[in-house]
Design a protein around this ligand. Structure first.
Ligand SMILES: Cc1cc2nc3c(=O)[nH]c(=O)nc-3n(C[C@H](O)[C@H](O)[C@H](O)COP(=O)(O)OP(=O)(O)OC[C@H]3O[C@@H](n4cnc5c(N)ncnc54)[C@H](O)[C@@H]3O)c2cc1C
Length: 381
């Protein structure tokens, strides 16, 4: 890993710092979103011909690092579009698909959701049952998805269907990836309430939903490759340390504002030790992120190593939220429907929202299996 920047990279870093000096704290989110889009920092490493910034991976890393240091807001609000649908479109999409979908992702005009999991299919995703049958120039989709985050507000879904029966010798074959308009006739979204009282994920039912063949991403029966690349990007985006750094600042702030015997609890050695532990794990994740970057700079694809940070992030989110509630004492108790006493209920929401980072994108057990088998080379279970 080479930590030195070339003169060009240093010049880019100076440009980023100057922009952040001028624009932080943000005046309004609309103003920030427009300015970073004008600078082509949204989709910064995507090719210029699709509207991206054409930046190198190294420049993108510099941009992210400087933004994280200054706790800048995210670049764009089309979360799944930017994190994995866009990259999958760039890798597997036709020119028409790129022109149709990428500008709206970059302009934060729409939300995507991800239709992979089914009632009996999660970790063992290749066993999926939702069917897509070819009928002329359409696929007719029948089946059900579940736990589909953002489905109640998304305009489009990246969907996996089975277009050929399961081949026990190769269960990854026969899966096809489709891009589905959420307003398609026969598609029904039934929101599920989560523990924190939110309704951002849902069951999605498909009853003879017709999807034009030109909305297939990649070749028929080869959707698994699209998924492997999208899942690696999903795990990598879930594991980015920027959000955790912001969360750590907030935790420190909480420890400064809470008092014990008239003194801020941040002065308590046990509290400081715990915060130092969180900071150390985050720094380890940052360094692992740089390791992944080095791999990408050598032209190697992101694969199993993204599971390392996904695993750490899941544990850390839960530990940090639990610790915050301990610091809040009785004020941290969550009563549904009641006005939260401290920090607008942010930490209660975090403590109840743990399945999002722990289970979403693949459970810790699955990440451990991936690390054991594909990184450490241990024999299969
Ligand atoms: C908040 C949230 C958001 C989500 N968002 C989405 C989304 O947007 N789109 C989507 O498609 N899905 C989404 N999911 C679904 C998520 O991907 C699945 O829940 C997850 O992959 C686990 O699958 P499952 O629920 O079927 O559990 P199972 O696969 O049945 O697992 C049950 C338990 O068995 C363990 N287990 C299973 N297989 C193995 C194995 N081989 N070795 C060791 N242990 C194993 C698991 O670790 C787990 O503890 C979301 C889930 C949550 C909680």
């Amino acid at each position: 890993m080479d930590f030195d920047l070339t003169p060009e990279e240093e010049a880019f870093r100076a440009e980023v710092v100057a922009f952040l000096d001028e624009n932080l704290p943000v005046k309004s989110m609309a103003d920030w979103t427009r300015k970073v889009r004008d600078k082509r920092w949204v989709g910064f490493s995507w090719p210029r011909e699709v509207g991206g910034g054409g930046g190198s991976l190294m420049q993108q890393a510099i941009l992210k690092a400087e933004m994280a240091k200054r706790r800048a807001p995210a670049l764009g609000t089309c979360f799944m579009g930017l994190a994995w649908v866009g990259p999958a479109l760039i890798e597997y999409g036709t020119d028409a698909q790129k022109q149709r979908f990428i500008p709206d992702i970059l302009d934060s005009k729409l939300q995507w959701c991800t239709g992979y999991s089914e009632p009996d299919v999660g970790s063992d995703l290749a066993a999926l049952q939702c069917r897509g049958e070819r009928d002329g120039d359409h696929y007719v989709v029948n089946g059900q998805k579940i736990w589909t985050s953002l489905a109640p507000i998304a305009q489009w879904m990246i969907l996996l269907v089975r277009t050929a029966p399961i081949d026990r010798g190769n269960k990854h074959a026969g899966i096809t990836c489709l891009l589905v308009d959420m307003k398609s006739p026969g598609l029904e979204v039934r929101p599920i309430e989560n523990m924190a009282g939110g309704y951002l994920f849902a069951e999605v039912f498909f009853n003879n939903v017709r999807v034009p063949v030109e909305q297939r991403l990649g070749a028929e029966g080869e959707g698994w490759s699209v998924t492997v690349s999208a899942l690696a990007n999903e795990r990598s985006s879930i594991s980015e340390v920027e959000a955790l750094m912001r969360r750590l600042d907030e935790l420190e702030e909480l420890a400064r504002s809470q008092r014990k015997h008239g003194r801020p609890v941040l002065e308590d050695a046990a509290v400081r030790r715990r915060i130092a532990h969180f900071a150390t794990v985050i720094e380890g994740m940052r360094l692992n992120g740089l390791r992944l970057l080095t791999k990408q700079l050598k032209g190697e694809p992101l694969t199993s190593e993204t599971s390392i940070n996904k695993l750490h992030r899941a544990a850390l989110e839960v530990e940090m939220a639990d610790f915050a509630l301990t610091l809040q004492g009785p004020a941290g108790v969550y009563v549904k429907g009641a006005e939260p006493a401290v920090a607008s209920g942010k930490w209660q929401q975090g403590a109840l929202g743990w399945p999002d980072t722990v289970i979403g994108g693949g459970t810790p057990n699955i990440q451990k299996n991936i690390i054991a088998e594909r990184i450490l080379g241990l024999p299969k279970d």
